[in-house]
Write a protein that binds this ligand. Sequence first.
Ligand SMILES: Cc1cc2nc3c(=O)[nH]c(=O)nc-3n(C[C@H](O)[C@H](O)[C@H](O)COP(=O)(O)O)c2cc1C
Length: 323
Amino acid sequence: MNLDVTAVRRLEPDFWRAPSAHNTQPWVLRYIANGVDVGWDPAHALPAADPTGRDLRLSLGAFVETCLIVAADAGLAVEYVSDHDERARRVGRLIGTTRPYGSPFDAAAVRARSTNRGEYLPGVVPDDLLVRIDALAGEVNGWVAALPSRGLVEPLAAADRHLFGDAAVSAELADWLRLTPRHPRYRVDGLTDRALALSRAQALGLRVALRALPTLRRAGLPRLLAASSRSTLGYDGCVLVLVAPAGCGPAGDVEFGRVLMRIWLTLSELGLACHPVSQLIDCATTRARLAERLGVADPARLLHAARVGRPAGPSARSARRVQ
Ligand SMILES: Cc1cc2nc3c(=O)[nH]c(=O)nc-3n(C[C@H](O)[C@H](O)[C@H](O)COP(=O)(O)O)c2cc1C
């Protein structure tokens, strides 16, 4: 089946609403004769924070799922064929098919979803919803664990100390922060002060602290920065952890990114939001502790962690390169 490439191209602004770690929007669409290759740009990867490419592949999977949902909503019959090639920096291809992708979601749901890093109301994910979310992960032989957020306050602080204690990881994060509207890429990509739910004073404080970090790293600045994130999980909420089966592999990670998008859209349509806390998985020590707590023998099977709940207020819309 031929793919109407011009019609697909027109949908790019909605495709770009997919979530990505640090909002780097790492995906690249390469239009070819009978389809569109989905690949990535290494300049938009996170080699320090994400050396295994786990978050890159999850983001690419979320992008693929978003493309399929948006194309189906526009009446285009598009399917995704996985064709992972590390050297060609390609995860797969969007091709024409006989009928549009079946999904309960539409382009409006894609536009309405956002990460919310503000305050959440107390409350855990209800059991029936957890069963639905777990079933989504089950479609790719994974599962979802729910943990009380308070129990993860200390591990999150440890993971943040690790993050700010690592020169390369914190410099990479600083590169993707846009803490003032005067930043030239404020409306393009990265994490803005508003998306991070920071007040002006907090944004200024973080800018000053990050600038001082190289000199004050040994003087305890990472500890101070980590302490400021204690409120993230210090309430009666819940953290969901996505667990992959053994031997999932790179193409499997992309499939989990697709599932992650379905989970986020499911929550978003119910007025719930997510705030990923990937540092818990990035830091080997906290990842190992979390895996042990969940009875998972191989910590590499933990793919993603996010606090989930009903946000106390709306979130700011994040920037995109294509809009
Ligand atoms: C794989 C993945 C990992 C992420 N990790 C984090 C994280 O550790 N902390 C965080 O605040 N946001 C995290 N995010 C959320 C992104 O920063 C967010 O999707 C991006 O800034 C775009 O904003 P939006 O989700 O509101 O569209 C992650 C997103 C993805 C897809």
